[in-house]
Design a protein around this ligand. Structure first.
Ligand code: PRP
Ligand code: URA
Length: 208
């Protein structure tokens, strides 16, 4: 079983509640996705490796640390896009590699439509960004793509998961830690998380 981390941070719980509310308009929804992504990525990056360095302050020499590993942000289009900007501000040196997948409405299986990864991996740690882990099909497919690319350390950073999605991702890829704000009750018959928040892509982009 993967390590599954459900944030208990009060700010995460507060913002998640606003995000779920059907009265939350797209502008506010996008702000909340951005803020939650920062908070969840903060927790997901607790174990990044650092190396010791010294810097000269106006008063003397201070021992400090810099990040040792190269980070890749991997948003799953479309809904993962809203999680990039805030996390990128915290990790400005990160590379961003988009993966385009959509769920076939009938089969609920992911269909790949965009992938411009170069031949060899260019980063040490990949953070997959996607607010929703429903059946888990999209996340499993993305980890498959990244592993085929040669990525060695991969983490999933989402906002709401269904138990079915957590089970699917952790069975297929037990080495991939899962960081989310909540694990909800169940998936409905059309693959939506209940109570969830509805369609994360439509609510961000005003297309619902
Ligand atoms: C949503 C969501 C995930 C996927 C999760 O994307 O952003 O990528 O569904 O479902 P799964 O765990 O069952 O695969 P969607 O296919 O609706 O595409 P969109 O983001 O372009 O709207
Ligand atoms: N994708 C979403 O946007 N919402 C869900 O509840 C499930 C998949």
């Amino acid at each position: 079983m993967s390590q599954v981390h459900v944030s208990t941070h009060p700010l995460v719980r507060h913002k998640l509640t606003l995000l779920r509310d059907e009265r939350t308009e797209p502008k506010k929804f996008r702000e909340l996705i951005r803020e939650l992504a920062i908070l969840l990525a903060y927790e997901a990056t607790m174990d990044l490796a650092v190396e010791e360095v010294s810097v000269k302050t106006p008063m003397g020499i201070a021992r400090g640390h810099t990040l040792k590993e190269k980070i890749g942000l991997i948003p799953i289009l479309r809904a993962g896009l809203g999680m990039v900007e805030g996390v990128w501000e915290m990790l400005p040196q990160a590379e961003v590699w988009h993966i385009g997948l959509y769920r076939d409405e009938r089969t609920l299986r992911p269909v790949e439509y965009y992938n411009k990864l170069p031949v060899s991996p260019t980063v040490d740690v990949c953070l997959i960004l996607d607010p929703m882990l429903a059946t888990g099909g999209s996340a499993v497919a993305t980890v498959n793509i990244l592993k085929k690319w040669g990525a060695s350390r991969i983490k999933f950073v989402g906002i709401i998961a269904a138990p079915e999605g957590v089970e699917a991702l952790s069975s297929a890829h037990p080495d991939v830690p899962i960081h989310v704000a909540a694990i909800d009750d169940h998936l409905n018959e059309i693959g939506y998380i209940v109570p969830g928040l509805g369609d994360a892509g439509d609510r961000q982009f005003g297309t619902g």
